[in-house]
Design a binder for this molecule. Sequence first.
Ligand code: BJW
Ligand code: ZN
Length: 270
Amino acid sequence: MADAFTRDDAVVTGKTLAEARDELGKAEGIVVLTGAGVSAASGIPTFRDAGGLWEGEKVEDLATPGGFNRDPVRVWRWYQSRRNAIRECQPHDAHRAIARLTLARPDVTVVTQNVDGLHQEAIRQLAQRDSALPPVLELHGSILRDRCNLCSARDDGPSRQGANHTAHIEDRASLPRCARCGGLMRPAVVWFGETLPHEALDTAFERARQADVCIVAGTSAIVHPAASIPMATLETGGVIWEVNPSNTPLSRHAARTFRGDAGEVLSHLA
Ligand code: BJW
Ligand code: ZN
């Protein structure tokens, strides 16, 4: 495995990685904030990279409440195909490295913008149990669950494999309906203009303020409020480390920038 990643113009050598690993060992409080790049190696496309989910699509048609209200069949079909693909995917090196870290240390908090459930799956696989596992703070919900568009009643489904609505969608009549109020069900994700789950968001900011290090991996860091979380670490005297092959708005604030694949870098660090 490669032991060098570019750090801006310089190179992060095995020595630098060893230093970073030592620093991480001494840190009190670590937040790992993840985005779509962390699941890329599992075969799940990112949003904004070339060939990403939004290439050739209008975001407002697919990922806003207005888009859903205008054409719920189109939105459902798009999410259904992503959901079915995600069900076939497995956690990768980055998920496993983060799972190792969070299972080994109670002061590690995993905060994800991803809706694919792969952090939880990696933790479950590594721990080899279902109960009392460290939580993952899901900021943008889950594509594996549904909720009612009107009354917000949830349909969690029995498991990752057997959850909720998977049937083929023909037309409006075949869309899933809420058992409580009859409203249309929708994927339990957070669209633009919608508020994030308060508890997860508040906890993420609180942990970020307490953390010595916030590792930001695989996110373009342009969607807020998620992208503001690492700044809370910075403002309270901690540091940001970035793991991303590309530059982001957070790069200039990062004390360490690992320009590489999240799986490779995090496997070295964890
Ligand atoms: C690799 C890699 C490898 C590749 N290894 N890396 C402040 C300023 C401006 C705007 C706002 C603001 N505050 C709020 C807003 C509005 C808006 C917003 O942020 N807009 C900006 C985009 C302009 N935010 C919201 O509306 C949020 N709600 C909110 O703020 O509520 C309060 C409010 C209500 C009403 C009015 C006003 C305020 C909600 C945001 C919800 C985002 N939802 C989505 C869709 C989820 C459902 C779904 O899956 O379909 O979440 S959008 C999409 O973007 C998804 C992602 O979680 C999110 C972030 O994307 P991510 O993960 O960063 O992916 P990419 O593709 O962008 O980047 C991938 C990265 O990986 C790249 O950098 C690659 O280089 C890297 N990479 N391979 C490591 N192998
Ligand atoms: Zn309902």
